[in-house]
Design a protein around this ligand. Structure first.
Ligand code: UT7
Length: 336
């Protein structure tokens, strides 16, 4: 039961960082049997960013976080908690969040990673909201960061055209009543986890010569099954989150979906009956960046001045696990 005396939590600033190297569809045509026409018509992806061999997820996560901190006018010491949503941590431990904490000098922050694949940023916002509402923490950094190129098999045309690297961040703090996070909803269906998986490298299949030879450290995906799940769950999750704060799809001013495929985004747009101008799409530039996708899209939309004070902004995502989630925001441009 919601306690009326609880505080309201909202996103007070966002940030992002993208690696500079661009990989085009023409570049991928040299690696696998694919072509520009197939990639664009099936996915909408024109290019993606790839980090170099010396860059790890914590490096780009740190830059996205610094960008958000500077927009918020906060110091690293003001942050109470850092969550990094990622499926490509620097290593199993220490957590990428602890490495980011060190890089930022956020000495007062607790830090942990969270793994909900492409839904990770929404899971992170959901966790952050609880800490802010109760007054337990004041400023929380939620980062979605991925270097998916490190676990992408560039001999597998089914997956290598889809993924890219990037990082996005949001700072969640207390905001005035009526603004910020109106509702947030997360879900999971573990029984279908095998549809999207990095099989080896954990305790089930520790790294061995065999797992390397079998290319088991790379992403494996049943694309068409994930596609069917995605087109169903995107609309459902958004509608569920809207209903829990007394809104309907007619109230949406801006939809920021997980950027996996333009066909999935179009289907969600159609189901929610909102016009395409109200939907932010950048999958053409970056491909699918898993936990970073929604965070980067939100930062871009905000930076471009597309989100006005009072707009109802819906974030919605789905991903491996399987997982999904949606967050409804009453947007306000703080410090602009
Ligand atoms: O963030 C969450 C993670 N993932 C996703 O959201 C991905 C969800 N799935 C998808 O976006 C789509 O399923 C894909 C883009 C991965 C594939 O599109 P599709 O329309 O579902 O194609 P398909 O898997 O049914 O494959 C159709 C054909 C196959 O050939 P055959 O068996 O019909 O001869 C594939 O081998 O397209 C072939 N194909 C390719 N052809 C050229 C698969 N990848 C490629 C490629 N270039 N890169």
């Amino acid at each position: 039961m919601l306690n009326n005396s609880m505080r309201c939590a909202g996103i007070i600033a966002t940030g992002s960082y993208m690696p500079e190297t661009i990989v085009t569809n023409a570049d991928l045509e040299k690696l696998v049997d694919t072509n520009e026409e197939w990639i664009i018509s099936r996915t909408g992806i024109e290019q993606r960013r790839i980090s170099d061999e010396n860059t790890a997820t914590s490096d780009i996560a740190t830059k996205a976080a610094q960008n958000a901190l500077s927009k918020a006018g906060l110091k690293a010491e003001d942050i109470d908690l850092i969550m990094v949503a990622t499926v490509t941590p620097d290593m199993a431990f220490p957590s990428t969040a602890c490495i980011v904490q060190k890089n930022l000098g956020a000495v007062n922050a607790a830090a942990f990673d969270l793994e909900a694949a492409c839904s990770g940023f929404i899971y992170g916002i959901t966790i952050a909201e609880q800490f802010i509402k109760t007054g337990f923490y004041k400023n929380i950094l939620v980062i979605g960061a991925e270097t998916l190129s490190k676990i992408t098999d560039y001999t597998d045309r089914n997956t290598c055209v889809l993924f890219g690297d990037g990082a996005g961040a949001a700072i969640i703090s207390e905001v005035e009543a009526g603004y910020g996070i109106l509702s947030t909803y997360i879900g999971a269906r573990g029984e279908d986890g095998n549809l999207l998986i990095q099989p080896a490298g954990g305790s089930r299949l520790p790294a061995s010569q065999k797992t390397l030879d079998e290319r088991q450290h790379f992403i494996k995906m049943d694309g068409s099954e994930v596609f069917k799940f995605a087109i169903k769950i995107m609309g459902e999750a958004a509608e569920k989150a809207l209903a829990s704060c007394g809104l309907t799809k007619e109230d949406i001013d801006y939809l920021i979906p997980h950027q996996a495929n333009t066909r999935i985004i179009e289907s969600a747009t159609k189901r929610l009956k909102i016009s395409p101008e109200k939907v932010y799409v950048n999958v053409n530039k970056y491909g699918n960046m898993s936990a970073a996708s929604i965070a980067v899209a939100l930062d871009e939309a905000s930076d471009k001045g597309m989100l006005k004070d009072g707009d109802v902004v819906v974030l919605v995502g789905f991903g491996g696990g399987l997982t999904w989630g949606a967050t409804v925001l009453k947007w306000k441009n703080y410090g602009r």
